[in-house]
Design a protein around this ligand. Structure first.
Ligand SMILES: [Zn+2]
Length: 239
């Protein structure tokens, strides 16, 4: 029954904006540093929690340790753009999905070939020099060892938002602008309590919120349709 309702809701939507949550990245095999077990193993291996390591302060003061963790855990577990990513691409081709917004740093929308996406926290595919701002790609980091340095001699850093840093204004404006235009908000792999969803719902002026998330949450009541299963399993069935 819910599948049929979801199918109809997608069919009747003409401007879907998708919020891509952390569970989708985890299901795609990306390293989930918010997962408690992973956080525990990082702490016992490196002496710090992933949150501490992925902070501006840590990067500035223990750059080598930052890159040890970053290379071994993040860059070694980039995952693949598995479902629901190909189905989102299909919906984009059909002019149903207009934008994908995520806080995930693994660049899944880009890797799935989606044209329109807002990676609010940046991605691990882009780097810049901490001194002169020169930009670098991931290959440069993969082909270097220890701390990757710019030609000017300063360390380069991933263009991701670290703890203690603000989300760039243009990302906030871009994502709010996308959400405002949507008639349907498709929330995949996070609850409506998540930072991303709470933020987006504020700007949403459309008529339908569809939620597909394996874990139940009291905030699911805000959604017009909620389905508790993996987005990667459900979305291909309803599109
Ligand atoms: Zn430089």
């Amino acid at each position: 029954m819910i599948i049929r309702n979801l199918e109809r809701a997608i069919r009747e939507s003409s401007h879907i904006v998708c919020l891509l949550g952390i569970s989708v990245s985890a299901d795609c095999g990306c390293f989930n540093y918010r997962n408690l077990d992973n956080a525990y193993s990082v702490e016992s291996k490196y002496g710090y929690s992933p949150e501490e390591i992925l902070s501006a302060n840590f990067f500035g003061t223990r750059t080598k340790a930052f890159y040890d963790f970053y290379r071994n855990e993040i860059l070694s577990h980039l995952g693949e753009p598995l479902e629901p990513m190909p189905t989102l691409k299909k919906l984009e081709n059909e002019h149903k999905v207009f934008s994908v917004i995520t806080r995930s740093i693994y660049g899944l929308p880009m890797r799935a070939g989606l044209a329109n996406h807002v990676d609010m926290h940046g991605t691990v595919y882009e780097y810049k020099c901490t001194h002169c701002g020169k930009e670098y790609g991931m290959d440069y980091v993969l082909h270097s060892q220890g701390i990757p340095f710019c030609s000017c001699g300063a360390p380069i850093r991933p263009k991701i938002v670290l703890a203690g840093e603000m989300i760039p204004n243009e990302m906030i404006t871009a994502s709010a602008g996308e959400v405002e235009k949507a008639d349907t908000l498709l929330v995949l792999g996070c609850s409506l309590r998540s930072t991303l969803a709470r933020y987006a719902v504020k700007y949403f002026e459309g008529s339908k919120i569809i939620l597909i998330n394996e874990e139940e949450n009291y905030s699911d009541a805000i959604a017009d349709l909620a389905c508790h299963a993996k987005p990667g399993e459900v979305l291909p069935m309803i599109c």
